[in-house]
Design a protein around this ligand. Structure first.
Ligand code: SAH
Ligand code: ZN
Ligand code: ZN
Ligand code: ZN
Ligand code: ZN
Length: 449
C-alpha cells in the first residue's frame, strides 16, 4: 500500500504517519493512510502494511474506525505468529556454530530455501537446488551467497558495486568514525565485518539493521538486528532495541555514523520519521548534554528526492558522488563509457569534509566549498555549482536559475521544460521525477529492468 501512492486522476494516498495503537501485521505496526484529492482528505482513513509495497507480499488492511471482532483479532494474531521466520535468530546463530564445524564436504546451502543446511536436514531438501562446499570466504560474504530480493518490490535489494562500497568505507574511516549503524546496507556491513576478521589493525565495527531475516544466519545478535525502517519496528522486541541503543553509545570515544540505502520507492516521510527516532536514540545516550548535535548520517538516495529529504532534514546537503550498483542495469558503470547513476549521498556533515575521488573526475569548488562532479560548472549568476545529474546545466535568464541541458524556455508555460510537452497541462506530474505523463509507481527513473 505504501507504494502506489497515486490513484487515478488527481487523487493520491497520503501517509498520516505511525499512529499510536496501530494494529499489527507480520511487519509490525501498520501505517495510517488517507485518500486525498486536490490536497484535501477525501474518504475514510485506513491502516496498511508499512513494509510491503506489493499487495501480494502483505495485504493487511483495516479502516481506522472499523470495529474488529475478538475472533478476527485472535485470527490475526495467529496469522502474525505463523508468519514469523521458522528459526529464531538465536537458533540460527547456534546452527551457524555447528555449520562451521562441518568439513567442507558437508557444507551445503539450499538455494530454494536460502538456508544453510545441517546434514540431518539434507533429506528434507533433497529435491531442491543446493550449493556444495561452502567456504569460509563465502560465509563471510552472504550478500554474494544469497540472491538479491530485487524482483520483490518490497525489498528492492540493490547491492553496492565494490568501488562505491570501498569508497564509502574509506570515507567514513578518514572522517574518524569507528562505528557504523548500517541500516539496509548489508554489503557495507559485510565489508566491515570481513575486514575486521582479517586485518588486525582494522578497528571499525558495524551493526546491520535490515528487514531481510536471511542475514540472521550469518551474524550474531550483536551484529544484526531484524528491523523495519518504515515503522521503526524491532522484530525481536526490547532486547533487540537495546542492542541497537547500546551500539549507539559512543564508548571509548568511538564515534558513530549511520549509513542507510533504503528502497527508492519507499515513502520518504515514513523513512524520515524512523531515522529521527534512531537519531533520538543516539542523542539519549549522549553523556555531555549538547542537545543540538545530530547523529552523523549518510542517506543514500536518488537526487530527485533532494527537496523531499531537505523538507525533513534541513541540515542535510546532497553530495555529487554517484553511487554505483552491481545488480542494477541502469545504475552501474558500463564497460564502454559510464552510465550516470542518479543515486547520491545526503549528509548532515560539513560538505567540505566529504572528499570525492579526483581520479574519477570530481574537483573541489572553492566558492561552493564542496567537491563537485567534473561536468558540474560553477554558475556565476546562481553563484553555485548547480548541476544535479552530473551533466553541465545551463542558466536561463527568464527562469533565473540553471536548468537541464535538454530543456528550453517555453514562453507559453513561462518556465523551462522539455521541447516535447503540451503547454498548460495542469497535470501535477510524477511525484518522483516531476515529469508529467506517468505516476510515481510507473516512474522510469525507478525502473530496475
Ligand atoms: N546498497 C545496499 C543495499 C540497499 S538495498 C548494500 O549494498 O549494502 C535496500 C536494503 O534495504 C536491502 O538490504 C533490503 O533488505 C532492505 N530493506 C528493504 N525494506 C526494508 C525495511 N522495510 N526495513 C529495513 N530494511 C529494509
Ligand atoms: Zn505487512
Ligand atoms: Zn561552485
Ligand atoms: Zn545559474
Ligand atoms: Zn527558463
Amino acid at each position: 500500500a505504501a507504494a502506489g501512492s497515486e490513484l487515478p486522476g488527481s487523487a493520491a494516498l497520503t501517509l498520516l504517519g505511525p499512529a499510536p495503537g496501530a494494529p499489527c501485521c507480520p511487519h509490525g505496526p501498520a501505517l495510517l493512510f488517507v485518500k486525498t484529492s486536490q490536497g484535501k482528505e477525501d474518504g475514510r482513513r485506513f491502516y496498511a502494511c508499512s513494509a510491503c509495497r506489493d499487495r501480494k507480499d502483505c495485504n493487511f488492511f483495516q479502516w481506522e474506525d472499523e470495529k474488529v471482532s475478538e475472533t478476527r483479532l485472535a485470527a490475526r494474531e495467529e496469522y502474525n505468529r505463523s508468519h514469523q521466520p521458522f528459526f529464531t535468530h538465536r537458533q540460527n546463530v547456534d546452527r551457524y556454530k555447528n555449520f562451521v564445524l562441518l568439513p567442507l564436504s558437508k557444507r551445503r546451502f539450499c538455494q530454494e530455501c536460502q538456508q544453510l543446511l545441517l546434514p540431518a536436514e539434507w533429506k528434507k531438501h533433497s529435491d531442491h537446488q543446493f550449493l556444495c562446499e561452502i567456504t569460509t570466504a563465502q560465509l563471510k560474504s552472504p550478500s554474494q551467497l544469497l540472491y538479491p530480493l530485487e524482483n520483490k518490490k518490497t525489498n528492492a535489494q540493490y547491492l553496492f558495486a565494490d568501488r562505491s562500497c570501498q569508497f564509502l568505507l574509506n570515507l567514513l574511516i578518514d572522517l574518524g568514525f569507528r562505528r557504523v549503524l548500517s541500516v539496509g546496507t548489508p554489503r557495507l556491513h559485510e565489508m566491515i565485518q570481513s575486514k575486521a576478521s582479517q586485518e588486525e589493525e582494522f578497528n571499525v565495527r558495524s551493526l546491520l539493521l535490515d528487514i531481510d531475516f536471511r542475514y540472521s544466519q550469518f551474524y550474531t545478535e550483536d551484529e544484526f538486528c531484524h528491523y523495519n525502517m518504515f515503522n521503526h519496528h524491532f522484530f525481536g522486541g526490547e532486547a533487540v532495541r537495546e542492542t541497537c541503543r547500546k551500539f549507539l553509545c559512543e564508548e571509548n570515544g568511538e564515534r558513530v555514523i549511520m549509513v542507510t540505502d533504503p528502497p527508492f520507492g519507499g515513502l520518504v516521510e515514513a523513512l524520515a520519521s524512523s531515522f529521527k527516532k534512531l537519531m533520538a536514540m543516539w542523542r539519549e545516550t549522549e553523556k555531555e548534554g549538547d542537545d543540538n548535535r545530530e547523529m552523523p548520517m549518510f542517506w543514500i538516495f536518488p537526487y530527485f528526492f533532494e527537496s523531499r529529504i531537505l523538507d525533513f532534514f534541513p541540515s542535510f546537503s546532497m553530495m555529487d558522488y554517484q553511487v554505483d550498483y552491481d545488480n542494477h542495469a541502469l545504475y552501474k558503470h558500463g564497460k564502454t563509457g559510464r552510465r550516470q547513476s542518479p543515486v547520491r549521498i545526503f549528509t548532515n556533515l560539513t560538505p567540505s569534509m566529504i572528499v570525492l575521488p579526483e581520479e574519477e573526475g570530481y574537483r573541489f569548488c572553492t566558492v561552493c566549498q564542496r567537491y563537485v562532479s567534473s561536468g558540474n560548472q560553477h554558475c556565476e549568476i546562481c553563484n553555485s555549482c548547480t548541476s544535479k545529474d552530473g551533466r553541465r546545466w545551463k542558466h536561463c535568464a527568464l527562469c533565473k536559475k540553471c536548468v537541464k541541458p535538454s530543456w528550453f524556455h517555453c514562453n507559453n508555460c513561462n518556465c523551462c521544460t522539455l521541447q516535447k510537452h503540451s503547454c498548460e497541462k495542469t497535470d501535477t506530474g510524477c511525484f518522483v521525477c516531476g515529469k508529467a505523463g506517468h505516476k510515481r509507481s510507473a516512474c522510469p527513473s525507478l525502473s530496475r529492468s
